[in-house]
Write a protein of this length. Structure first.
Ligand code: SF4
Length: 457
């Protein structure tokens, strides 16, 4: 009898990408996906530990899993993703297996006692969730150890994928008609750092000096009609820049080629006709002292300089950021620097989070001294500024025709992303999903543009 699987994914796009790899491994041993959890013989939960709320959602699944197990005692449950050791112990009561995300290639062995599992999970060919937009991981892990973040503990050290594998995967996707490629990594700036697991590939990366801008250029040179996006970048100065400034390199100085100047990257984005003008550059705090306590090795002046350089070369750049409010010890005055920064940069989008301590991290040892009410007030303030700046930015598109990739259909309306990564809503037919169309923008709201279809490209 065919075994059915259901995957629950929490967290970032990297986890979405990992779930596509999990699906591919399961399908290689003849498991079939199901749209609802109830008929599944196997439930895989791909967890995120970045925020406590995400962890709580996994704990919140427990009752559901117990109920499903009572109904179907043959049900197998697996937990993977970003799992902290501390939570592992508590969650082991509700899952049959807890496996490291890097070991998903061993699922055939675990489930069928088959030996065909592949060791390196980045080499598993993913089963993409749609036929037009694909996430392509280029590296995983993080060496940065920001004071609040669990990723270095759950995902381990940075490992880059060989450029050859990445290019080959993208060429295949383009042949199959994919229109949007997301190059994904916790920290794409570090692309090209030493691969611990593969000395030969590492030597090649070093020889070819393939850093992130060079990889981006290689992807841009692949023939075809498609868009390239990437996330996430780190605003830290390059090791070269730090060395030439006579500064002591910070603790996470890379040992491979994963180092570039922002000028190099900006030039590639500006020239690359397939590279979309969208940059997510997490600032995390608007105050130098808070940044220092967060172990983020840059100043606000350096951050603004990068944004200015980007704006000069790519005037229509769409900017987003990630920021935390209420980090331990963040005074009202220091928070005002975040307010100032938001007003100065005019972000198109921002992902604003209220600080919550995560076990094992450096900040967990600091006193979480900002009240919940104050954190939500700070979030509200930044959100209000963002609403205004996002609306101001969106108004620039009114009466203009923009290219859109429709991704979703609901009640006669299509929702898609524009070249600048703006959400666009317009009337249209379902069969336009995954095909480029031209849309005339008729109205701008802070989080969405409304328009009328002009024609299909
Ligand atoms: S750069 Fe910092 S916030 Fe981003 S994954 Fe690494 S440690 Fe976490």
């Amino acid at each position: 009898m065919t075994q059915k699987y259901y995957i629950i994914t929490f967290g970032c796009q990297m986890n979405v990408s990992d779930s596509e790899r999990i699906a591919a491994v399961l399908e290689s041993i003849k498991y079939k996906p199901v749209q609802k959890i109830e008929p599944a013989d196997l439930v895989v939960v791909n967890m995120c530990s970045v925020r406590q709320s995400a962890v709580d959602r996994v704990f919140g699944l427990n009752q559901k899993l117990v109920k499903l197990k009572n109904h179907n005692p043959q049900l197998t449950t697996i937990l993977t993703g970003c799992v902290l050791k501390k939570d592992e112990k508590k969650l082991s009561r509700f899952f049959d297996y807890i496996i490291n995300i890097k070991d998903i290639g061993k699922l055939p062995k675990i489930l069928r006692n088959k030996n065909e599992g592949k060791k390196d999970y980045l080499r598993i060919k993913p089963a993409h969730v749609n036929k037009f937009s694909a996430i392509v991981p280029i590296m995983t892990g993080c060496n940065n150890f920001c004071a609040y973040c669990v990723v270095p503990y759950t995902r381990g050290k940075e490992v880059s994928r060989p450029a050859k594998d990445i290019i080959c995967e993208i060429k295949n996707l383009i042949k199959r008609g994919y229109k949007e490629i997301w190059l994904m990594g916790q920290n794409v700036n570090s692309y090209g750092v030493q691969r611990e697991t593969d000395a030969k590939q590492n030597a090649k990366l070093m020889r070819n000096k393939i850093n992130f801008p060079k990889l981006l250029k290689m992807v841009n040179n692949i023939p075809g009609n498609f868009w390239i996006r990437f996330t996430s970048s780190h605003p830290k100065p390059s090791t070269r820049a730090k060395l030439s400034a006579g500064l002591v390199p910070y603790r996470n100085k890379v040992s491979g080629t994963g180092d570039f100047s922002w000028n190099e990257l900006i030039n590639i984005i500006a020239k690359g006709e397939k590279i979309t003008p969208y940059l997510n550059l997490p600032v995390q705090a608007g105050d130098d002292k808070v940044l220092k306590r967060m172990n983020r090795p840059y100043t606000i002046k350096q951050y603004i300089n990068i944004i200015k350089k980007v704006g000069k070369k790519i005037p229509d750049i769409c900017l987003s950021t990630d920021i935390i409010v209420g980090f331990p010890g963040e005074t009202k005055k220091q928070f005002q620097n975040s307010v100032k920064l938001f007003k100065e940069i005019n972000y198109d989008m921002a992902y604003i989070s209220e600080y919550s301590p995560r076990p094992k991290t450096m900040s967990a040892k600091m006193k979480d001294d900002i009240s919940i009410e104050e954190k939500s007030e700070r979030k509200r303030i930044l959100n209000n500024i963002l609403k205004e700046t996002a609306l101001g930015k969106n108004k620039r598109y009114v009466n203009k025709v923009v290219e859109v990739l429709p991704m979703e259909y609901k009640n006669g309306l299509l929702f898609g992303k524009s070249w600048h990564y703006k959400t666009v809503k317009f009337k249209g037919n379902k069969n336009l999903i995954g095909k480029f169309v031209k849309v005339k923008i008729t109205n701008a709201l802070p989080w969405i543009l409304e328009g009328k279809i002009e024609y299909r490209i």
